[in-house]
Design a protein around this ligand. Structure first.
Ligand SMILES: [Zn+2]
Length: 230
């Protein structure tokens, strides 16, 4: 993969937190140049460790030992300072606002290699490879329903559910929270975030039977594997 050093001034100390989460984004801007400029603009106060353009060039922006500023107000599994404990990767894509489109093969190929390297350097569990919308469901839609989560999971990056037994509608909120979603986020937004990641064919915030079965299968697999790793 083509590697370009493009240092951003936007980072600070991790405050002793270990890296245990990998967070994926899209840039949501009209061009790669505009997105890269913004991620390096001291006035914008945003950054990521890496940005990948659609040709698969990797821009290294913030050293992994430093805390980059990509998650904003967010939550996962009891933690709110997601920046302190994560590696953040931005994928160039105009996003839902400017013409959301398929992530090209070259970009996903480079991402796969980069993620493998990162997972080799840090103890990040598969169920902690997440999208921005997972950790900020009320505010964010990225990387969105076109992101190939299933393909990445097949390549050993992230977690992918097989459907389980229907847990019933009353159990949905508890299961989402058990996996890690924010208990304070509106349920419909959290269901939509779950769908964007795990049931991208229909993202509507409705916990239909397919969504419910995938959620129960996901949490069952997560409980089983988490037990093995404890
Ligand atoms: Zn984002």
């Amino acid at each position: 993969m083509t590697w370009v050093e493009r240092p951003s001034p936007n980072h600070d100390d991790r405050g002793g937190a270990a890296v245990d989460l990998l967070l994926l984004h899209y840039t949501g801007m009209q061009s790669a140049a505009a997105a890269l400029d913004r991620l390096c603009d001291p006035l914008a106060r945003v950054s990521a460790h890496y940005a990948l353009d659609e040709e698969g060039t990797v821009y290294a922006m913030v050293p992994e030992a430093r805390r980059a500023w990509h998650a904003g107000v967010s939550y996962w599994a009891g933690a709110r300072d997601i920046n302190a404990r994560s590696i953040g990767i931005e994928l160039v894509n105009p996003g839902h606002e400017f013409g959301y489109r398929t992530f090209p093969e070259a970009q996903i190929g480079a991402l796969t290699r980069l993620c493998r390297d990162i997972l080799g350097r840090h103890a990040i569990a598969p169920w902690r490879v997440l999208g921005h919308s997972d950790v900020a469901p009320a505010r964010k839609d990225d990387p969105g329903e076109l992101f190939p989560w299933a393909g990445l999971a097949a390549a050993g990056i992230g977690f992918w559910p097989a459907p389980g037994a229907d847990p019933g509608e009353a159990a949905v909120a508890d299961l989402l929270i058990r996996y890690g979603y924010d208990p304070e986020a509106p349920l419909e937004k959290t269901v939509a975030a779950f769908q964007r990641h795990f049931r991208p064919a229909r993202v509507n915030g409705m916990a239909d039977d397919e969504t419910r079965c995938l959620l129960s299968g996901l949490v069952a697999a997560y409980d089983a594997q988490k037990g093995e790793c404890a």
